[in-house]
Ligand binder design. Structure first.
Ligand SMILES: O=C(O)c1ccccc1N[C@@H]1O[C@H](COP(=O)(O)O)[C@@H](O)[C@H]1O
Length: 214
């Protein structure tokens, strides 16, 4: 059966093409200046123009205000907004209503108490991104290349689609899918040769492993 793939943190045309050719169905563009994958709105707008229909263009923001989201949604062809900060369920609902776009809410997992938080968003977000919680003092709320204990989400069910993320890479994604039953997976640093530098071969290997997993 395999899993659907999101490649996150794209910032150049070569790797957008590589992700599309490898069969990724979601492409993530990071609008967060502290990230090595941060991309300008102008650049993201240009990158999104050539993405084929059927591949979702996802804008990743962290505690973004309406001014930033107004610009991203009016100047780019974004299909989905990923909220990867401490946004409340009410903020998720507000963003959905204001932009009329599907919203994916990221939830950081370190222990069972974090898994309990997922319920708060499952009824309001269109998708959930189940990611590793950032370590204390980390600059980034995600994109740290850290995995959480996948057993924490074994045999868990939520009333909306969800994506597994956090420390995934070509050599562990099949195991992650097998252990968690994830139908969708998301990767940022695990397909890079250096922070922010995507690698075509790793993108292809990740997609092949995820698509072949069962
Ligand atoms: O990718 C980033 O730079 C990033 C910055 C800020 C918030 C989230 C970010 N990435 C998201 O985090 C997951 C996990 O990243 P990784 O694969 O462990 O590096 C990634 O899939 C993005 O959705």
């Amino acid at each position: 059966m395999g899993a659907t793939v999101k490649i996150c943190g794209l910032s150049d045309a070569q790797h957008v093409k590589a992700a599309v050719s490898a069969g990724a169905r979601y492409l993530g563009f990071v609008f967060f200046p502290k990230s090595p994958r941060n991309v300008s709105i102008e650049r993201a707008a240009k990158l999104m123009v050539d993405v084929p229909v059927g591949v979702a263009k996802v804008a990743l923001v962290v505690n973004a205000d309406d001014a930033l989201l107004d610009r991203i949604t009016s100047e780019t062809l974004v299909d989905m907004v990923q909220l990867h900060g401490s946004e409340s369920p009410e903020r998720v609902a507000q963003v959905k209503a204001r932009y009329g776009l599907p919203v994916m809410k990221a939830i950081g997992i370190a222990g069972p108490e974090d898994v309990a938080q997922i319920e708060r968003y499952a009824g309001v977000a269109d998708q959930l991104l189940i990611d590793a919680k950032a370590p204390k003092g980390a600059d980034l709320p995600g994109g740290n290349g850290i995995a959480f204990d996948w057993r924490l989400v074994q045999r868990k069910y939520w009333p909306c689609p969800w994506m597994l993320a956090g420390g995934l890479a070509p050599d562990n994604v099949a195991e992650a899918i097998r252990l968690t039953g994830a139908k969708q997976v998301d990767v940022s640093s695990g397909v890079e040769s250096a922070p922010g530098i995507k690698d075509d071969r790793l993108i292809a290997a990740f997609c092949a492993a995820a698509h072949a997993a069962n």
